[in-house]
Design a protein around this ligand. Structure first.
Ligand SMILES: *Cc1c(COP(=O)(O)O)cnc(C)c1O
Length: 430
């Protein structure tokens, strides 16, 4: 038995399932999770001291590579002056100013400690601002684990627009709560139009992953986004871009900068904190000023704007703002995806790929999917085999076919070649 197995057994005694977040448990792919001891650049090492090329990068945050010396130094410096004060600091202003500058739709921003807090607070704010209860989300999008977002639509297309047919997608979520959430299929313009025609005046907010990364990687169509922006404007509903994953990851200005859409509110997280527990939500001043202490929408946090996290975030944002960062990152990710596709083709494996900036998706099917339903129809069995073949060769992919993958600036040509070589071997033995 290896050290990972020993640790996993031990972990399960005091931690439910042995992990502090479910996807880490390898439930979809089977096998033993790797317990990480250290990481540097594009690599991490497990408890058996086996080295892996990391293609999840903490699910996005480590875009500058693990343990970037400048970020480490910034964190060390901040830590020397205590970890938290519960009183404001100048660093928070600097970070807020930086965010507003990089994402112009954000006029004001409030810092929190996790993406879940960001989306939960943004929804409360949208409801407080509009005086309406109903929210719309899209099937396959993940917005953290707040109660009102852990909802799945009833089966059958007709029930999509009927929230009374909703079911909580988690235990512990009251049926009464999910009736305020409509779940619509991603990229379905007609469903969106129909719902707004019927109930537009009741919709407080529409929340969307503007490039979905929690059902593998799924891109929205131009017409879908344009319709979304038009309808929310027309009916006075708040459009919330959940860019917790895509913010500072697909481009410096996030997905909205690539799509030319100006959302009312934006949620940020992951890259924003460079690996520290840090997230934010922000947007139009008219909406943000409804927040306490100015307005009557309550929102707070003991560790919000934590000075050590702020130091990491500021340095991380400085690094990714440097000349050529995103051009290089995007180029490396494209190179990696082209290589994987080529390797699959050589072995005649039905396979397709997509990527935006430093975020990618690959699918065991001929055509890139456009909805959650299509993702569920890809060959999950082939994915599971591929995952373990890659893992054995020291390449760590997301342990689920429903997650996007992530690169960093440390994924240079040699790393990309190593991954493609491992993939070629894996495809051959599929
Ligand atoms: C990760 C993620 C969240 C939740 O963030 P946490 O920090 O895990 O709470 C919310 N929305 C999106 C789009 C995410 O990818």
């Amino acid at each position: 038995m290896g050290k990972n197995d020993i640790l996993f057994e031990r972990a399960q005694k005091t931690i439910p399932g042995g992990v502090n977040s479910p996807v880490r448990a390898f439930r979809q792919v089977g096998g033993t999770p790797r317990f990480v001891t250290r990481a540097k650049g594009p690599y991490f090492w497990d408890a058996d001291d086996k080295r892996y090329i990391d293609l999840i990068m903490s699910w996005g945050p480590m875009i500058a590579g693990h343990a970037h010396p400048e970020v480490v130094a910034a964190v060390q410096k901040a830590a020397e002056t205590s970890f938290s004060y519960g009183a404001p600091t100048e660093g928070e202003i600097e970070l807020a100013e930086r965010i507003c500058q990089l994402v112009p739709s954000i006029e004001q921003v409030r810092m929190v400690s996790s993406g879940t807090e960001a989306t939960m607070s943004a929804l409360r704010l949208a409801r407080g601002y509009t005086g309406r209860d109903l929210i719309i989300k899209f099937e396959g999008c993940y917005h953290g684990h707040a109660d009102s977002l852990l909802v799945k639509a009833g089966s059958g297309l007709l029930t999509f627009a009927d929230s009374t047919q909703n079911a909580p997608s988690s235990g512990g979520v009251p049926q009464d709560l999910v009736k305020h959430t409509l779940v619509l299929p991603y990229n379905d313009v007609a469903a969106l139009e129909e719902v707004f025609k019927k109930q537009g005046n009741e919709v407080a907010a529409v929340i969307i992953e503007p490039i979905a990364g929690n059902m593998n990687l799924i891109q929205p169509s131009k017409i879908f986004l344009a319709t979304l922006r038009d309808l929310t404007t027309q009916y006075g509903s708040v459009l919330i871009y959940d860019e917790v994953m895509t913010g500072f990851r697909v481009a410096l200005g996030g997905a909205q900068s690539l799509q030319g859409i100006v959302p009312d509110l934006t949620c940020l997280g992951k890259v924003m904190g460079g690996g520290m527990p840090m997230a934010a939500f922000g947007g139009k001043k008219a909406i943000m000023s409804k927040l306490a202490p100015l307005g009557n929408v309550y929102q707070a946090g003991t560790l919000s704007g934590n000075p050590v996290a702020v130091a990491a975030g500021l340095k991380n944002l400085e690094i990714i703002s440097r000349e050529g960062f995103f051009e290089y990152l995007t180029g490396q990710t494209t190179k990696l995806m082209t290589g994987l596709k080529q390797a699959a083709d050589e072995s005649g494996v039905p396979f397709s790929v997509d990527s935006v900036g430093g975020m990618f998706g690959f699918y065991f099917t001929d055509k890139v999917p456009t909805s959650f339903e299509e993702v569920t129809k890809t060959n999950i069995e082939a994915f599971k085999k591929f995952f373990h073949l890659m893992l054995d060769q020291g390449v760590y992919l997301a342990p689920s076919a429903y997650e996007a993958g992530f690169t960093s600036i440390a994924h240079d040509n040699a790393i990309v070649d190593d991954i493609i070589r491992a993939a070629r071997t894996s495809f051959k033995s599929l």
